[in-house]
Design a protein around this ligand. Structure first.
Ligand code: ZN
Ligand code: ZN
Length: 175
């Protein structure tokens, strides 16, 4: 969704304030594509500072789905945004691109709300997401989700009780 900035860029420098829907339906990253399953309209206010400098305020909330780092189950992950950005569109294109973190969300007289938000999503993306703190993950042998059931695979490396038995056995052999 584009917001027209001509009012704030005109000589009157009238503040532009709009609430627009997010049109982006997914987050594309190197690691994959993640659906946006809920999003609130994005509230944006653009104020003139001086010259070609603008202050952009934006707030919204959206929910995306990210697989659990251990068991791969879908986890709803909520982003709550409330940020301010200072931009100087008087800079040359090259300077602007650098200033805006390589993603130019202002194109001529338009602010691209999806691009603005996707920058924020990417920089706020969590390193890992767990379905719950105590997620047991998947059995490394058979792939069974250990939160929903157990399996008969033996994995002495992960079971502390087994390692006690193993150590006893080892000591016994050494004697
Ligand atoms: Zn999990
Ligand atoms: Zn197993």
């Amino acid at each position: 969704m584009l917001i027209n900035l001509s009012d704030v860029l005109s000589d009157q420098h009238k503040t532009v304030e709009e609430t627009v829907p997010l049109t982006m339906k997914e987050v594309r990253m190197k690691s994959g594509t993640y659906p946006i399953v809920e999003s609130e309209p994005v509230h944006v206010r653009v104020e003139h500072v001086r010259g070609k400098e603008l202050l952009i305020y934006a707030d919204t909330r959206l929910v995306t789905v990210i697989p659990c780092d251990r068991c791969l189950e879908d986890v709803r992950y909520e982003f709550v945004f409330d940020f301010t950005k200072h931009v100087d569109i008087g800079l040359s294109d090259a300077e602007l691109t650098e200033e805006l973190d390589e993603s130019n969300f202002i194109d001529g007289y338009h602010l691209d709300v999806d691009k603005l938000l996707s920058n924020e999503i990417l920089s706020g993306w969590p390193e890992k997401v767990l379905c719950r703190d105590e997620c047991k993950g998947l059995c490394p042998v058979c792939g069974q989700n250990l939160n929903t059931g157990s399996c008969d695979c033996e994995d002495p490396g992960l079971d502390p009780r087994m390692s006690v038995v193993r150590d006893l056995f080892k000591n016994f052999k050494e004697v």
